[in-house]
Design a protein around this ligand. Structure first.
Ligand SMILES: [Zn+2]
Length: 380
């Protein structure tokens, strides 16, 4: 079994390498750490959430760039998932309105393992589907968004890793490198060529709390909260700025990139600035999300600012910087779903208004909300 797995892995790596060489001819750039190369040649950061000990000694859940080992594991798993997808169990999650986004979840674990585990599987599936139900309550969509989820231990035994997630494939649309989940809604047709739009992979050895309320008891990690967060990255809450060079990962930006602004008082889009300026911007503690919906939501939030403040510490934190909302600015009520770090034992079961506004600026349509909470539920 093990030798067969390794053999399949090496084949997958050969195939991925071939794609890389085919799509990067003329470029001297090597594949970067923490970056996944999609089947049709886009570079995408993979975000992983891990448990780390913070400066004050408390255990934190931190979202950062996945390691190369974790990405190889994802790459290997995706090749297995693709093969298993057709005969894997699946569920559909859709809120109770015709316009609500529909999620189709494919559980690609082996029979008896992970989400298919006879004891723990039902609680795991219930928690996963609760997280998708929360997204379906707030997101509109005409084309189902397909998600692969699995919980088998990868080749890389990283015991602090909770989960990794992201879009499976991007397509070029409107001069943007766009996740297929978003491109499908904009074009009102199925754009995906892979088995799924989004994939989330979980570490089964974590002390998970499967409470659908998003609560996490003691030092457990909230499965619902972490899933909600990873789905946001999978929907396109990702940036492609390269800290070392100021360049983008691909010839065209991600939708998120095009709203990242230096300063908050006037339009000053980072994508329009020089590479030298961008290198400084990324560690300026002065980055904001300046889309019109974000501006509107920010002004109404509990910490009104002209734009939503993004996390941009110095030194740069790969996978945490830029594509998360600033932790310190919103610290008094805690920041909402897309904080780069949260204290272990906290969680949420909803998507906050700042996160939603950012996704709306990127092109998603939202279910009209009377008033949704802005912060996340904190540990009492
Ligand atoms: Zn994250």
């Amino acid at each position: 079994m093990t030798s067969k797995r390794r053999f399949t892995l090496s084949l997958a790596l050969v195939a991925a390498g071939a794609v890389w060489f085919a799509t990067s001819s003329g470029s001297a750039r090597a594949p970067q750490a923490g970056v996944y190369l999609t089947p049709n040649g886009y570079r995408v950061p993979v975000y992983g959430m891990s448990v780390v000990r913070g400066a004050d000694g408390r255990l934190e859940i931190s979202c950062g760039q996945a390691t190369n080992g974790q990405i190889e594991s994802v790459r290997f798993g995706r090749s297995v998932s693709r093969a298993m997808s057709a005969r894997s169990p699946r569920s559909t999650v859709q809120a109770d309105t015709v316009t609500a986004a529909k999620f189709e979840i494919i559980y690609t674990d082996s029979p008896g393992a992970g989400f298919n585990d006879p004891q723990q599987g039902p609680a795991r599936k219930r928690a996963l589907e609760a997280a998708f139900a929360a997204w379906s309550k707030v997101l509109q969509g005409t084309i189902p968004i397909v998600v692969q989820a699995r919980m088998e231990k990868g080749e890389d035994d990283d015991e602090d890793l909770l989960a990794v997630g992201g879009p499976v494939e991007l397509v070029g649309l409107n001069d943007l490198a766009m996740p297929t989940s978003l491109a499908s809604q904009i074009l009102n047709e199925v754009v995906r060529r892979e088995a799924a739009d989004i994939e989330v992979v979980y570490n089964p050895d974590v002390d998970w709390d499967y409470a659908v309320s998003g609560a996490a008891v003691g030092e457990k990690s909230s499965f619902v909260y972490i899933t909600l967060h990873e789905i946001a990255h999978g929907l396109g809450f990702i940036d492609s700025f390269v800290a070392e060079t100021g360049e983008l990962l691909n010839p065209i930006p991600f939708p998120y990139d095009t709203f990242v602004n230096r300063g908050m008082n006037s339009p000053n889009l980072v994508t329009k600035r020089s590479l030298e300026q961008i290198k400084g911007d990324l560690i300026s503690k002065d980055l904001f999300f300046g889309g019109p919906k974000a501006v509107e939501a920010s002004k109404k939030s509990i910490r009104p600012l002209p734009m939503i403040k993004l996390y941009a510490p110095d030194p740069y934190e790969p996978g945490s910087s830029v594509a998360h909302v600033d932790l310190d600015t919103y610290d008094d009520f805690l920041v909402g779903l897309m904080a780069p770090k949260v204290i272990v034992g906290t969680g949420a079961d909803f998507v906050d208004t700042l996160t939603l506004a950012i996704l709306e600026d990127m092109g998603y349509k939202l279910v009209p909300q009377p008033a949704t909470p802005t912060g996340r539920r904190d540990k009492p």
